[in-house]
Design a protein around this ligand. Structure first.
Ligand code: T6T
Length: 314
C-alpha cells in the first residue's frame, strides 16, 4: 500500500550530516520549555532530552504551561531567562507572541534551540528541529484517499491559528485535497488543544454535513476529540479518521478501529537532536541550523511492531 513510512532525519542546511557531540566541555545549565505539560508528545521529547543530557554531562530542567497558550508560556520563559541558563530548548506556542521575548533572550547570550514549533523569524535560534509538518499533512490526506477511494467531504480539526506545526499540517492537507477533484474540504476548526471542544466541533460538522467521509485531527488532542465525536455518532464505518501523533489514547482508538491511521512523529529524536545542537553551539562545535525528522504512518497492523508510540513517562 502507499502508507509507507517516511525516511530518517534530513538537514535543511548544505551539510547533510548531523554531528552529535561526544561530551560537553562543562556541566551546562539547560532549560527545556514544553508547549504544554502532560502531553505525551512533549513527555517523550523530554525523555530524549534527559537521556542525551546524561550522556553529554549537562543538567536539564523542564517546565511547561498548564495549557497550550502563549499567555501562560511567556511568564515561564521570562522566569527561566532570569535564571540565566546557558541554553533554552523551547516549543513556542505561537509564531508571534514568543518572537520578541526569544529574540531578546538570544541577545542576552542564551543559546536558543527551537524544538517542534517555530516563530515568524527564527533567525535568533542556533538551530530548529521539527517534523516535516507540511509533508505530514499531505500524508494524512493520502491515508484518507486510500481509505475512502470514492472521495467526498473532509474536514480538519486543529488547535489554534498561529501554531507553526498545526498550521503547516493543515496547509499540507488542504493543498493535497485541492489536487484531488473527488474530495472537497469543508474547512478547519480550532479546538484550543481541548478534546471536548474538538468533539463538539466535529459533532456539529457531522450535523451540517452528514455525508462527511474523513476527518484529519491535526494533533493529539484534536484527534482524540474527533474520534469521540465519530464514535458517538455511530458513523465509524463512514467517517475515516487520521490523526497526527501517537499518544496512548490515540493508539487505543487505532486498535479499537475508531481511528484508521496515525502520523507518528519522532519526539524523542527531536529532543536528542535539540540538546546536541545546544551543546554544540555552547562548545563551538558543528551546529546544524535546520533539522527535519521523519514520521511513520501507523495502522492497526504495524502499530505494535513500529515502536513509534509515544511514552506517558520515561
Ligand atoms: O503535535 C504535537 C506537536 O507537534 C504540536 O506542535 C502540538 O501538539 C502536539 O504536542 C500534540 O499534542
Amino acid at each position: 500500500s502507499g502508507m509507507a513510512t517516511s525516511g530518517s532525519a534530513s538537514s535543511g542546511s548544505s551539510s547533510p550530516s548531523i554531528v552529535a557531540p561526544t561530551k560537553a566541555s562543562k556541566n551546562y545549565k539547560i532549560a527545556f520549555i514544553q508547549g504544554v505539560q502532560g502531553d505525551e508528545f512533549y513527555i517523550t521529547m523530554q525523555c530524549g532530552i534527559e537521556a542525551e543530557a546524561k550522556r553529554l554531562g549537562v543538567t536539564v530542567t523542564t517546565q511547561g504551561p498548564k495549557q497550550f497558550d502563549p499567555t501562560l508560556q511567556r511568564p515561564i520563559l521570562d522566569s527561566v531567562v532570569q535564571t540565566k541558563p546557558d541554553a533554552i530548548l523551547i516549543a513556542p506556542t505561537d509564531v508571534q507572541a514568543l518572537q520578541q521575548p526569544l529574540a531578546d533572550a538570544a541577545k542576552s547570550g542564551i543559546k536558543i534551540v527551537l524544538v517542534d514549533t517555530t516563530t515568524q523569524d527564527p533567525s535568533f535560534a542556533v538551530s530548529q528541529v521539527s517534523s516535516d509538518n507540511v509533508g505530514g499533512g499531505a500524508a494524512a490526506f493520502k491515508a484518507i484517499q486510500e481509505l475512502s477511494p470514492n472521495g467526498g467531504k473532509v474536514m480538519v480539526e486543529s488547535v489554534n491559528p498561529g501554531i507553526s506545526t498545526t498550521d503547516q499540517r493543515n496547509e499540507g492537507f488542504q493543498n493535497a485535497v485541492k489536487a484531488d477533484s473527488k474530495f472537497t474540504s469543508v474547512g478547519v476548526q480550532y479546538s484550543k488543544d481541548d478534546p471536548a471542544t474538538a468533539t463538539q466541533q466535529v459533532a456539529a460538522q457531522l450535523q451540517k454535513d452528514p455525508d462527511l467521509v474523513g476527518v484529519f485531527g491535526a494533533n493529539l488532542f484534536a484527534a482524540e476529540g474527533a474520534a469521540t465525536a465519530v464514535r458517538q455518532s455511530g458513523k465509524t464505518n463512514q467517517v475515516k479518521i487520521v490523526g497526527f501523533d501517537a499518544g496512548p489514547g490515540q493508539v487505543k482508538d487505532l486498535k479499537g478501529g475508531i481511528v484508521q491511521a496515525l502520523v507518528a512523529q519522532q519526539p524523542g529524536q527531536i529532543g536528542t537532536y535539540g540538546l546536541d545542537q545546544a551543546v554544540a553551539a555552547l562548545d563551538g562545535g558543528q551546529v546544524t541550523p535546520k533539522i527535519q525528522t521523519g514520521f511513520t504512518i501507523l495502522t492497526k497492523d504495524n502499530v505494535d511492531s513500529s515502536g513509534a508510540a509515544y511514552k506517558a513517562s520515561c
